[in-house]
Design a protein around this ligand. Structure first.
Ligand code: ARG
Length: 271
């Protein structure tokens, strides 16, 4: 049986959300965004977590930082230790210090990253091990820096498809219990060598379909039993249900215009 564990998340209301620049293939400045709709979808996501008994902390959205809603990119937090984000593109540069300040003000010990990394967008904890994405945003050197800082193993995975530019768009952590870790991923998003690493490490993984992947279905959030998934990721939802999880469709299509889904909006605080 699948067991949910209480989670503590950090989120950022999309008050200033819009697409005013293009740094991934999903973003199109000529396409209209509906800010009120983005806010409603975000509120539904937040309310889902609250209804499940999770804690949701909030960071104030800053004007001029339309992507700040994607809180997952703000830092990596494990064992109460905060590894700051250092963004690839100047458009998001100010988000790193903003998130780091939130954690410092909340009493966390924070470490300023020397290497380029985009937080939980590219760094995912599975059991006791980190998976580190690289290829588009986070530098490999950041994986080494994170390993030194945390004393944990970081497995580097190379992303090759620009639509899946962050690890959390290509791979979802469904169960992070070290006794029975489970991931779901879209194999073609990874280099052949990284596909071999994943197949060896996770022989029982859920292999997502292209339809799941292009709906950003892998940008899912699991609490160990209940899983928030994009409504269009029907193959993934079916597979999750077959394996004893509870898929919960939450529509984040307005936020998809910026290239993110549920997981992108959710930073897990592991105190
Ligand atoms: N527009 C943002 C960017 O390109 C989207 C970030 C999505 N976040 C994520 N964790 N994948 O940086």
């Amino acid at each position: 049986m699948r067991v949910s564990t209480p989670r503590r998340y950090l989120m950022c209301r999309p008050t200033h959300f819009e697409v005013s620049y293009e740094i991934n293939p999903w973003m199109d400045v000529t396409r209209e965004t509906d800010n009120a709709r983005a806010v409603r979808q975000w509120e539904t996501l937040r309310d889902t977590y609250l209804a499940w008994g999770h804690t949701v902390e909030l960071i104030d959205p800053l004007p001029g930082l339309p992507d700040m809603v994607y809180a997952a990119n703000g830092a990596t937090v494990v064992d109460g230790l905060v590894y700051s984000a250092r963004f690839r593109y100047p458009e998001r540069g100010a988000e790193g210090p903003a998130y780091q300040k939130w954690f410092a003000d909340a009493g966390f010990v924070t470490h300023t990253a020397a290497e380029v990394n985009e937080g939980e967008g590219d760094i995912l904890l599975v059991g006791d091990t980190f998976l580190g994405g690289t290829g588009f945003r986070t530098d490999r050197e950041a994986h080494a820096e994170l390993a030194r800082l945390t004393g944990r193993e970081v497995i580097t995975l190379e992303l090759v498809d620009p639509r899946f530019y962050h690890l959390d768009t290509a791979l979802a952590v469904i169960d992070s219990d070290p006794a029975h870790p489970l991931v779901a991923y879209f194999p073609p998003a990874f280099s052949p060598a990284s596909q071999r690493v994943l197949a060896e490490r996770y022989p029982d993984a859920i292999l997502a379909t292209e339809a799941d992947a292009v709906a950003l279905g892998l940008n899912a959030v699991s609490d160990g039993r209940r899983v928030v998934v994009a409504p269009a990721a029907v193959d993934l939802a079916r597979e999750l249900a077959e394996r004893g999880f509870e898929p919960h469709p939450v529509d984040t299509t307005e936020l998809l215009k910026g290239g993110g889904g549920a997981k992108c909006c959710t930073l897990e605080i592991r105190a």
